[in-house]
Write a protein that binds this ligand. Structure first.
Ligand SMILES: Cc1cc2nc3c(=O)[nH]c(=O)nc-3n(C[C@H](O)[C@H](O)[C@H](O)COP(=O)(O)O)c2cc1C
Length: 332
């Protein structure tokens, strides 16, 4: 799979997830074989007016590449400047958010609001296209309402403006995350454009990704929520696409991944902020495991990396003992 000049090792992408898809989590996805990772959405205003926290969202390393940095905003001039800043910071691809339905973003005319203002969308894409040499992609919803019409209009505009690929999350703005993603819209968009189409929405397990590729004909699959706490879903999808079934990682492997995530987060954010984050984030990784509620309770006051490791070690002992007692009945 190729997006403009960027060649991907496989056609799997980790979705942009605000507050979640930071460098440590992206690195786990990459390690599991994900072909393309996206940054959290980054405010174009924040980049142009120099907010340090906004710039930090673009931190990257060679193992993180290729990286799509997603920017959001509604002013073509500011978006063009922000796209240049993102490219200079190491974006292999600049992606524009046409899907965020959060009220405070929509009321500034950004995110999915751009899908109902096609003239502004065109001006914005033209300005950004002129400003950068790296590939330009967009991530869209089905539109403002359920008709899906705005998606087709935007795809035509994207082609006209030299966009290199698009990701489609087929839910309308009004749907938020409710109901099911309408994969038939991915098929229709794929049939209506020559641009590479990345399908997204409701891939919960490896089988869903394979089904999305087969059913919609999309060029690549993007996984969001299912990869949080389960980044090795990318390895499972890759194996399934190669005709092999990969068993889920055993408890020791899962806890090893958690330790990596915690240690990388401390390196990336500093000990105190990382520990505050780990108080909720580590809970993602133990979903479905025996005693996960007690583990979640035990990490609510984490203060240091040492404590994080102690809690994980203690939980590993609980899981190992349970497995011994119930001869493999623990849910993995
Ligand atoms: C917590 C959260 C944060 C998200 N942040 C972004 C974002 O920054 N940019 C974006 O384009 N989409 C964002 N999304 C949407 C996802 O990228 C994705 O389109 C959506 O979750 C559907 O895919 P999934 O079913 O695989 O999760 C976010 C979704 C969630 C749940």
């Amino acid at each position: 799979m190729q997006i403009g000049t960027v060649k991907l090792t496989c056609n799997l992408a980790f979705a942009p997830l605000a507050g979640i898809s930071n460098l440590p989590l992206r690195l786990l996805a990459k390690e599991a074989g994900c072909g393309l990772v996206y940054s959290e959405m980054v405010s174009a205003n924040g980049l142009v007016y120099g907010a340090a926290k906004t710039h930090q969202l673009m931190n990257t390393t060679p193992e993180d590449k290729p990286l799509a940095i997603q920017i959001f905003g509604s002013d073509p001039v500011i978006m063009a400047d922000a796209a240049q800043i993102a490219a200079a910071a190491g974006a292999d691809i600049v992606d524009i958010n046409f899907g965020c339905a959060v009220k405070k973003i929509v009321k500034t005319g950004a995110g999915v609001a751009l899908m109902r203002t096609p003239d502004r969308a065109r001006a914005l894409l033209r300005a950004v296209r002129h400003a950068i040499r790296v590939p330009l992609t967009i991530k869209i919803r089905s539109g403002w309402d359920r008709s899906g019409d705005q998606a087709f209009d935007l795809v035509r505009i994207a082609e006209e403006c030299g966009v290199d690929a698009l990701a489609v999350h087929p839910r309308s703005a009004s749907q938020g995350f409710r109901g099911r993603a309408d994969w038939s819209l991915i098929t229709q968009i794929k049939n209506a454009t020559s641009l590479p189409v990345i399908g997204n929405g409701d891939v919960e397990k490896a089988e869903d990704a394979v089904q999305m590729l087969e059913q919609t004909g999309c060029d690549a699959v993007m996984v969001g929520r299912a990869a949080i706490g389960h980044p090795y879903i990318f390895a499972e999808i890759r194996d399934l696409l190669a005709g092999r079934h990969r068993p889920p990682p055993d408890i020791h492997a899962r806890l090893r991944i958690m330790r990596r995530y915690a240690a990388d987060s401390v390196n990336y954010l500093g000990e105190r902020p990382a520990c505050l984050m780990m108080r909720s984030r580590l809970g993602w990784f133990v979903k479905g495991l025996h005693g996960c509620s007690a583990f979640r309770e035990s990490i609510k006051r984490l203060e240091s990396l040492e404590q994080v490791m102690e809690k994980i070690d203690a939980y590993e002992k609980v899981l190992t003992a349970t497995r011994r007692n119930y001869s493999g009945m623990t849910t993995l």
